[in-house]
Every structure is written in structure tokens, then in C-alpha cells.
Write a protein that binds this ligand. Structure first.
Ligand code: ITT
Length: 190
């Protein structure tokens, strides 16, 4: 089976993606290829950062690789936190980031938002990108203990609970990441 590196330092993303791939692909982590340095994420949008992570790892470590860059895009905040989702509050702390979002949305009725994932596949100097999106709303407060990141304030469309109230299997049926991964799998199978 071909070994592919998933260029992320986020263990929750690895857990979600391993469940989605069901051993159809052997994933190696950054630690397993001894990539312990910070990968520069200096792009101005999610597409660019996804590309930069995949390109950096594939070129330097000579391995086929994919990277996932994701963001929460909130209508009433003109698309924020978007590409800045991981450090929206000025720290990389999930609680701080969530509190900043909830504070900014105080007394705002329009709570529409979407999660977006861009996966970049990079191999032998060529690349391809796959996008997954899911619409939803931002809850009034944090609800649920599962998931990671902004999961406890995101209620996907047609549901009445947050991602953090779902199991990983439930989230994986509908999530932005799952949509992008299925597109990557179709591409790799062809
Ligand atoms: P890598 O760059 O190492 O993959 P990261 O956690 O920095 O890990 P992103 O830049 O893609 O990943 O994530 C931006 C932010 O969005 C970060 O705060 C994540 O916790 C959050 N996030 C990403 N996917 C999410 C999801 O499915 N549910 C909730 N929050 C998510």
C-alpha cells in the first residue's frame, strides 16, 4: 500500500481522516517522517495555506502528501475568522477564539456561517485541490464536549445540535472535511 503523508499537526484532524479513509490508504504523520519544524502558513487565503503546507512537506521529504487548511466563515463578520481561524484571538487557543467569535456576535441576529476545508494533494511537483463546505449557524453559547476547534459553536444546517454534540462518525457523514476527502479519494482511485 502506498504511503502518504498527511501534513498536519492537529491530532483531531488525523483521527477524523483515519476514520474516513478506513485503512484504504496508509497515512503517515509529520512526526513519523521527522518533520517537527513549523510549516510556514503565510498565504492570504485558505487555498494558499493548504497548498503551502502540502508543497513544503512533499518537496522537502520527497513523499506524496496532502494537507488540509480549514476555516470558519461567518456572514455577519464579513467572512471572519476565515484564513485567520487558528489564531483569531491572537492566540492559538480554541476557548479564546470561540469567545472572540461569540463576543463579536453579541446582539447580532444573522448567525449564518460555513466551514470550509481545502485539501491539497501534492506529488512529484504537481498538485490538485479539493474543496468541502458545510453551511450552518453559530450557536448563542458553547454546547457539547466532542470535536475540536469551533465545533462547540457550529450547528450544521438541518440539525439542531452542534458538531461538538455529535460523534466523530456522525460529523464525518456531513462535514466539510469529509466532503473534501471523498473528492480526494475519487481522484486517487481514478
Ligand atoms: P494544521 O494547520 O496543522 O493542519 P490547524 O489546527 O492549525 O492544524 P487549520 O489551520 O486548518 O488547522 O484550522 C484553522 C482553525 O479552524 C483551527 O482553530 C482549527 O481548530 C479550526 N478547525 C479546523 N477544522 C475544524 C473543524 O472540523 N471543526 C472545528 N474547528 C475546526
Amino acid at each position: 500500500m502506498k504511503k502518504i503523508c498527511f501534513a498536519t499537526n492537529n491530532d483531531s484532524k488525523i483521527a477524523e481522516i483515519k476514520l474516513l479513509l478506513q485503512n484504504k490508504i496508509e497515512i503517515v504523520s509529520l512526526k513519523e517522517i521527522n518533520c517537527i519544524e513549523d510549516i510556514p502558513e503565510i498565504g492570504t487565503n485558505i487555498e494558499e495555506n493548504s497548498f503551502l503546507k502540502a508543497q513544503y512537506v512533499s518537496k522537502k521529504y520527497k513523499i506524496p502528501c496532502f494537507a488540509d487548511d480549514s476555516g470558519l466563515i461567518i456572514d455577519a463578520l464579513k467572512g471572519e475568522p476565515g484564513v485567520n481561524s487558528s489564531h483569531y484571538s491572537g492566540t492559538r487557543n480554541d476557548e479564546d477564539n470561540i469567545n472572540k467569535v461569540l463576543n463579536k456576535l453579541t446582539n447580532i441576529d444573522n448567525r449564518k456561517a460555513k466551514f470550509k476545508t481545502v485539501i491539497t494533494w501534492y506529488e512529484n511537483e504537481s498538485f490538485k485541490q479539493f474543496v468541502g463546505e458545510i453551511n450552518g449557524t453559530i450557536s448563542l453559547k458553547k454546547i457539547g464536549n466532542g470535536g475540536f476547534g469551533y465545533d462547540s459553536i457550529f450547528i450544521p444546517e438541518n440539525f439542531d445540535k452542534t458538531f461538538a454534540e455529535m460523534t466523530t462518525i456522525e460529523k464525518n457523514i456531513i462535514s466539510h472535511r469529509a466532503i473534501a476527502i471523498h473528492k480526494l479519494m475519487n481522484f486517487l482511485n481514478n
